[in-house]
Structure formats: structure tokens, C-alpha cells
Design a protein around this ligand. Sequence first.
Ligand code: SF4
Length: 457
Amino acid sequence: MKTTTIPRPPRVGLVSLGCPKNLVDSERIMTKLRSDGYDMSADYAGADVVLVNTCGFLDSAKEESLSAIGEAIAENGRVVVTGCMGKEAEVIRERFPQVLAITGAHQYEQVVEAVHEAAPPAASPFTDLVPESGLKLTPRHFSYLKISEGCNHRCAFCIIPQLRGDLASRRPDAILREAEKLIAAGTRELLVISQDTSAYGLDLKHARYTWKGREVRAHMTDLARELGLLGAWVRLHYVYPYPHVDSVIPLMAEGLVLPYLDIPFQHASPRVLRAMKRPANEAKVLQRLRAWRAEVPDMAIRSSFVVGFPGETEEDFRYLLGWLEEAQLDRVGAFRFEPVEGASANALPDQVPEEVKTERYERLMELSARISATKLAAKVGKTIDVIVDAVDVESGGATGRSKADAPEIDGEVLLRDAGHLEPGDIVSVIVEDADDHDLYGALTAPAQAVPERSIAG
Ligand code: SF4
């Protein structure tokens, strides 16, 4: 009879110092580690890694923390430090350079990630109730990848910072590990999301982390490059056009990141943008769009706009329409301004009547449909890559998306004679027809696998 060996779970030793609040933090970390499949070790010898949760309240407490770290290193050697002394990482590093990772108080995800890194739990289909890639609500072939939470801006129409707080970025190595698991489980397209993707890592002071032996900064460009090297399509959402976004464009030219940017402009009139308190509200955006398109000619730019913001005049609105004519955005979504409870815009004078909002909304959608139709018509006769979302075996048709289309919000590519495909296939398609928002086409070649990328130099 064949026997099955269930792998031994890694063991974590814990030294918890300081006040009851620290103790509660330790409980929370250990609860998470236990649910991730770790065992606890009562002594140094049995531990695969030792976690020291430090206190830094008084000098004497700091000294005690340092001596606890020293003891754990002497007795075990594999030590992760967390807690209040994480703020003084240089002091710890100076005395104990061999410490594996240092995280601060309340950085639960970071410390758990550091333990995973130091002693990865072996996956076991016999004991794991949840697949390694986690439970997903999207189809297997595409996944949203959240890189940060919260937002440092205070746009007048938005209450997200009140609900979710200031920007809190995830460590790049944690994001990359999640992405790798998702890809191993069948994801072929990663949709990078956050409230403000361009601000990623600002709160971590763009610190450097190690990923597969390389240094990766907590920065949008480094993260986008490393995600691209994993081999799936990488689509960037909620990118504000800060100057450093220019450094992501070469990654699109190299094919590491999809030639697609979702930039929530929300308006174009400088007066309205100021009243909205929008970030990256700068006059030269059109110039930058032109420069990006010169570098990556097939780049698709998607955006959303709010019409009827308090104080928006007919002149402001016409400015927006003129701007859109020039910007030639590929995909546009629009919303009529709604006074969300708690938003500062609600108190602004000159609220726009509902019928005016609706009329402007319709004019904007009409213009964007016209721009989209012209841009899509220009694709007829071209060959594009399409990721298949759904297949209808009966009709022999399939629905997919080009590199210019994110799921749910953009258009689709409708394929004929494609009933043999599977969701997630990436196929080469000749575009035969187009309407305002969608393309129609047929396969040029059999389904191909996404080529594996090698990491050069
Ligand atoms: S609209 Fe976006 S950038 Fe502005 S505050 Fe809300 S989440 Fe932040």
C-alpha cells in the first residue's frame, strides 16, 4: 500500500517582551502563523526561526530587547525582529547584522511575510483547506493584486482616506510572492490595484527588499519590472501621472508590462481640478501623453471623469471636451457627481442641477464613444493578442480581451470559430470588424502558451 507523508510544519519560537499591547500583537501574529500551518516551539533548539517581539519604550527596555535578540541569535541563529524597536532598525543591524528581517509594531503582514521567507511552510493538499494562491472570486486566469491600502490624498469628493486611512504599502517581496502563487495556480493576467499605484512605497520610504537574490525597491517601477518578469500579463490601474511614471513606459516598450495605463484624471479644467484637490494636477499632461505614445505607439489609456462637480461651469465642461478631443483616450468612464456622505465637496457652493449633470454626462459619453469607435476602426486588419475570458461551445464563439482591455471596465473582442479554446488561452487574432466599444475577429494561429521569461543579468 502506498503511504503518504505529510510534511512536518515549520516551528516558530517566540520571545515576547514589553507591555500587554505587545503581547496582544504577539498573539495576533502567532494566530496568523498557526493558521498558515506553523507549529510553535517552546525552546530555541526546536525552532526553525525565532521571532523576537521587542519593546522600545525606555532605554532599559531597549537594552533588554537587544539582549533578547543576542540570546536568540546565539541559541538559534535564525531570528526575525518585530515590535517597537523596529523603528530603530539601524541600531539592531549594527549590533546583529545577521538578523533575517526587522519589522515595526503593528506591521502584521510584514512580520508574517518575514517568517514565511525564513521558514516557508510546505504546501500539503492533505492539510491545507485553502489553495496556496488563496481563494479567488475572479476566474482562474486573471487576478487582482492589491499592492497598498489607503491614500495620502484628500480629494474633495472622496471619503476613502477616512474609511481606509493613509497609504500603507505592502512589501514588494510579499506582493511578488503572492503574484507567483497566483501564476502557479493558473493566473495569466495580473491586475495591479491600489488607490494610487504611483504612490506605492512612499510610506516605506522606497526601502529595498530582497527577492530571489535581487534588491527590489518598494517603488512602482521596480515592482512593475519584477511582476513583468514572472511571465503573466501585467496591467497597471489607478496610476497618477507623477513624473516617475515616465520610468514605467520603457517596461511597456520591452513587453514586461502591458501597454495600458488606467489614469483616473476625473477632470481637465484646472479650476475644477483645484476645487477637487486632485493629485498630479499639472498642465503638461497632454504633452506627457504624447511622449508616452511616441515611445509605445500601441499604448491604451483609460480614464474616468466626474461631471457636474460643484462649481463646474459650461466653460469648464467644454474645456474638458476639448481636452478629450486632444488626449484621444482609448477608454473613458464617467460619473455624475454624487454627494457622498462625509465628503468635503458637499459643502461647496454652486452645486450643479441633476438635469445639467445628466446632459453633460451624455455629451461626454457621446464624444468618448466617437473617439473609441475611430480608434477601434483603425485596428481592423491588424493582428492582436487576445486573452480568452469565456467560450460558448454551442455557437463556436468566444469572448476575450486585447491588451487594451481590462476586464469589466473596457471593451471585448468577440471571436468566431473559437469554440475549442479555453478561458485563459492567449491567442493571436486578426481583427475583422469594430463598433463603438468592441472588436470582432478570428484566430490567426492555434492557442499559444505565454512565453516563459528568463531573467537576464
Ligand atoms: S479619489 Fe483617489 S486619490 Fe483622491 S482621495 Fe480618494 S482614493 Fe485618494
